[in-house]
Write a protein that binds this ligand. Structure first.
Ligand SMILES: [Zn+2]
Length: 235
């Protein structure tokens, strides 16, 4: 009511009221209800963080508790080699209801899936900065002689394969570069964990980084390209 009086405009006041209720639900109600569905918020730490507040405000940051344990183990392993490296989380899952997809990710519907950023370098040293506001949509595409899965999927008519190019929310940190050593260290830290079921990255990156692990799979042309992020899922 005070808000309405302050702004003196009923329509604007309603928006403010709605926003207030939404934020109270997001920060105080949803986290208390999500455990009934076997999920909890991603836990941030010195070495684990969300790329943007957007993921928290839209409740796209829920996982099964085992994923938080897994992330912590991956971060510990990564930090043995790069003590200041952070794992940057992107889309996870919604807090409730299995089989309710988090678009555009059809499979992020059970609390077991999480996208994380690739690693980047600035002037030859590992940095935790990323090349877009959302963390998606700036691709480390195939080099001229590398296998081009993207071209193949697009030629097959899978128009959505590079849809993240519309989801950057703006490019940033234009002077950083993809880090082969950092991304490889991150992937090796992931692959070392027994609770990891599958990992998706684009085939040309798998080849470029010299990774042969059986848990790295091709996600299929009906998905989206994975050379702007890594998808990992629990067993
Ligand atoms: Zn994913």
């Amino acid at each position: 009511m005070i808000v309405l009086l302050l702004f003196g405009n009923m329509k604007f006041g309603k928006y403010i009221l709605f926003l207030g209720i939404y934020l109270i639900c997001t920060y105080f109600v949803v986290p208390r209800v999500a455990p009934l569905f076997g999920r909890e918020r991603l836990i941030s730490s010195e070495s684990i963080a969300s790329q943007s507040l957007f993921y928290r405000i839209t409740n796209r940051n829920y996982v099964r508790p085992e994923m938080n344990v897994l992330l912590s183990d991956i971060a510990s392993e990564l930090n043995k080699k790069y003590p200041k490296a952070k794992i940057t989380c992107l889309d996870a899952n919604f807090p409730f209801i299995n089989k309710f997809p988090l678009l555009p990710h059809l499979s992020h519907n059970d609390g077991k899936k999480l996208d994380i950023s690739l690693m980047y370098e600035w002037k030859g040293a590992l940095t935790n900065k990323k090349p877009s506001v959302s963390g998606y949509g700036i691709f480390e595409g195939p080099k001229p002689k590398e296998y081009d899965q993207i071209k193949k999927c697009k030629a097959n008519g899978d128009w959505q394969y590079d849809i993240q190019k519309y989801m950057t929310l703006g490019p940033i940190n234009k002077d950083i570069k993809f880090s082969e050593k950092g991304t490889k260290a991150l992937l090796n830290a992931i692959l070392k964990q027994p609770t990891v079921g599958k990992v998706f990255i684009e085939p040309h990156l798998k080849h470029r980084l010299g990774l042969k692990h059986e848990k790295i799979r091709f996600h299929g042309c009906q998905a989206v390209r994975h050379d702007d992020h890594i998808h990992l899922q629990l067993k």
